[in-house]
Design a protein around this ligand. Structure first.
Ligand SMILES: [Ca+2]
Ligand SMILES: [Ca+2]
Ligand SMILES: [Ca+2]
Ligand SMILES: [Ca+2]
Length: 407
């Protein structure tokens, strides 16, 4: 329910100088202008150029009353996104427009006045959807040790929205706020099992401005506790920071990452204190050719966690099996192409309910439906098979758009 239900009119965004409307020399009172709209308000005018009578609000209005279908131009001087609906009560089906905050002097015109309700939200998708995606997962017959923040054997997803909030979705379609803001300052988010030894899954994040690595301990309920520094700096030299599971065989979760300058793949072993030990090389080069790493858990059935990696140049998906010696074995082709049509690869364990890890993906613009690309925001689910490969993808939900990452 995005643009396809948005109003099909061309919106005119003008940078109208003060006084432009005064050109018609007349004895009329001083003409209104978009500058009349005070900061913090959404304003609408009866005229199509921020002129005529002005109406303003800084709160949601489900029914514009005497102003229903009267607004022919408007500006949004709030700090929120204004959802401008053609029907009352924020009904989406009649069409709507999501208006980002405007600068002073900007306005949008609409030749046909149809606005009937207005709502203010933090992200554009909230004009028509919950802030979080609709995530469903089945109870797994066994605990896989990752992908489950609240310990109910149902895979959960953590979503970051465009406003920098974090949402916990436990797999029953509901969602809960677990991070009230600021998360867009993180340039990597990853989770896979317990790092600090309390048997609860934790989140690791890289702070873009400092290159620091932070551990956010899971509380066992889906929420996150007070963060702890586990990397004091330098992590901006790394790509694809990926919580992996235990590759070294000491039952502690490890981290892997690709060094941007060299294409080397490094393993950072987890320790008993929740910190990271001295890194060791597990891939001597070429890993810059990969544009996604995914800690899949044990997909080959030998009890050791495995890695999927996506090759940028070919869109192929490769399986690198974990070995008992803290390294990766010979790779095997899992997906022969097309994987670059996925914006996100989400590894949260078994969500199909058969005990084998699955892979959830969210599409980007390259994704093709019925012969046409340009289909971002679809959840496509792949069931894991006992060979370590994936069954054909199932396109399950088209409303995973307008979000800013998952783990
Ligand atoms: Ca769960
Ligand atoms: Ca933990
Ligand atoms: Ca380990
Ligand atoms: Ca499964």
């Amino acid at each position: 329910m995005r643009n396809r239900f948005n109003r099909g009119v061309t919106t005119l965004v003008g940078l109208m100088a003060v006084g432009t409307g005064l050109a018609a020399a007349n004895a009329a009172p001083a003409a209104a202008s978009s500058y009349d709209c005070p900061a913090g308000y959404f304003c609408g005018w009866t005229g199509s150029s921020a002129d005529g009578s002005m109406w303003k609000t800084n709160k949601d209005v489900a029914d514009l009353g005497s102003w229903d279908n009267k607004i022919r131009s408007y500006t949004n001087r709030t700090k929120k996104i204004a959802c401008v609906y053609e029907d009352k009560n924020y009904a989406v089906m009649g069409g709507y427009w999501d208006q980002a905050p405007n600068n002073p002097g900007e306005w949008s015109g609409d030749p046909v006045p149809t606005t009937s309700s207005i709502k203010f939200v933090s992200t554009a998708r909230e004009c028509s959807e919950p802030a979080y995606p609709h995530w469903l997962s089945q109870t797994s017959p066994k605990a896989l040790g990752f992908g489950d923040m609240n310990g109910d054997r149902r895979a959960d997803v953590i979503t970051r929205d465009q406003a920098g909030r974090l949402w916990f979705t436990p797999g029953d379609g509901t969602g809960r706020l677990i991070g009230s803001g600021g998360w867009n300052s993180m340039s990597a988010l990853t989770r896979h099992g317990d790092f600090n030894g309390d048997a609860r899954e934790d989140l690791i994040a890289r702070e873009a401005s400092t290159g620091k690595l932070w551990l956010y301990p899971g509380t066992g309920t889906g929420s996150l506790g007070t963060r702890k520094l586990i990397g004091s700096g330098g992590w901006n030299t790394m790509n694809h920071i990926t919580a992996f599971g235990d590759l070294t065989g000491d039952h502690r979760s490890d981290l892997i990452a690709v060094e941007k300058a060299t294409g080397k793949l490094w393993l950072y072993p987890g320790t008993s204190t929740g910190t990271l030990g001295a890194r060791r090389l597990i891939g001597s080069g070429g890993w810059n050719g990969m544009n996604a790493l995914v800690g899949m858990g044990d997909v080959t059935g030998d009890g050791r966690p495995d890695l999927y990696a996506r090759e940028a140049s070919t869109g192929k998906l490769w399986l690198y099996p974990g070995t008992g010696t803290g390294s990766l074995g010979a790779r095997k082709l899992i997906g022969s192409g097309g994987w670059n049509a996925m914006a996100n690869l989400i590894s949260v364990g078994d969500f199909s309910g058969d005990g084998r890890p699955d892979l959830a993906t969210v599409t980007n613009d390259k994704y093709v439906i019925d012969g046409y690309s340009g289909n971002p925001g679809w959840l496509v689910s792949y069931r894991g098979r006992d060979t370590g490969s994936l069954a054909a993808g199932e396109r399950t939900d088209g409303e995973w758009w307008g979000l800013n990452g998952f783990c």
